[in-house]
Design a protein around this ligand. Sequence first.
Ligand code: NAI
Ligand code: MG
Length: 499
Amino acid sequence: MPIAKKKTAAKNNTIKLKFDTSWSYAPAPESKSAATIKPQYDLFINGEWQKPLSKKYFDTINPAKEEKLSEVAESGPADVDKAVNAARHAYEKVWRKMPAKERAKYVFRIARMVQERARELAIIESLDGGKPIRESRDFDVPTAANHFFYYAGWADKLEYAFPNRVTEPLGVAGQIIPWNFPLLMAAWKIAPAIATGNTVVLKPAETTSLTALKLAEIIEESGLPPGVVNIITGAGETGAAIVNHPDINKIAFTGSTDVGKIIQKAIAGTGKKVTLELGGKAANIIFEDAPIDQAVEGVINGIYFNQGHVCCAGSRLYVQESVAKEVIRKLKDRIESLIVGDPLDKNTDIGAINSKQQLATIHKYLDIGKKEGAEMYQSSCALPGKGFWCRPTLFTNVAQSNRIAQEEIFGPVLAILTFRTDDEVIEKANNSPYGLSAGVWTDKGSKIFNMTKRMRAGVIWANTFNKFDPSSPFGGYKESGFGREGGLHGLSAYVNLIN
Ligand code: NAI
Ligand code: MG
């Protein structure tokens, strides 16, 4: 820029360096060719790929392009029955009798194979579900492998997990998982179940079946005895057929609170055990003494991570009044710099919304927020023409009673509220039908302990957010469900203590 022009611009205060497009990164797309997706997938039952008795298939699409990736089988009740029978047979004849140290070897082998095929799994996860490759590569897939490693380690050490007790497996577990962390949720559910001697019928969500089917290929290659893990695809009706099958001993479900309630009713009085991991509306609390920049980054990670398709997303932010202005300004600046777009691009922060239906839900809440009188702010980024997208969004001037502060949106939408005292914020944070997770940002250790003791949430992060480890239990209070997955607690959901 010539000097004279620069001066004028400075005088008019119009120099805008921060978000100049000349600073944007060149595209760095991961290669699709490292992943093999078959045009059609059958059901993985009894160690074999079987055509669905229903004879039906449905499409799975790439939500970033609205293009068909493959078609997968739709299991009808007869297919579910076949899968449950295979799991029962494997349980009675092979798996429950196998010495635990032998069982462990298979689980270790699956863990290693997930690691070896990490790149392919990450690409398929991003293609089928819309999440940024950075997340599927650096979080979903390695954490899935870690769960198999972790539970493989427990398989022959159950007498240390439950000292002086005798354990037995439950039998056949029906496992129904959602679309937000498809491979990771499959690992969370399968690893502790088979490590403790149960067999499994697992159903992925209808929009994201492909990594579970890839996992079935890995399981087939691992030589796991036929029928120990059966992976069948389909939508809600298939899930309901699993839940209602009389020969299932345990249901493990992650998904919406509505379906969780249906499941609870359906199994009442049947003796089936259940763990439910449902929705959330996590309170992320910033006190005035918090390291503000670190907290802002944590809030960004907490809500925009994975497009906000996270049950423990920090979707309610409570900021102490004295720092509210600063925090809001920094959050606005930061969301402006988030990169929204191609999930396969390694620079992308926010990928595609998982489905058209979920995008409609998010838009419904944006309208509700505006109608309720909250002030909406969105980043000014351009969105790709095709596919399902939502700009990172925040609402200020939100009241505690507003629906955007009470209900789960499951999108990149943050509701910001303010508070003055500890008592006030505890009351507000706990004033929610949910209780899955929460976050506290403060310099004072004593404050962290005081808050975490009084908050009703299953997981509370302090000066960080969305941190996971296989050894750490995860699960909620109230309408967020019950039972714990992960860690030692996750083992007890798959065993009976018989004496
Ligand atoms: P959903 O609860 O319908 O789907 C989750 C899984 O349950 C899928 O595999 C689905 O096929 C299965 N399913 C559906 N109806 C069933 C039934 N009657 N019996 C047994 N299984 C059934 O969730 P959906 O419709 O995909 O998302 C709706 C809302 O749920 C989202 O907007 C979000 O708020 C919440 N959600 C929460 C999740 C979490 O991680 N806690 C994950 C996914 C959604
Ligand atoms: Mg898909």
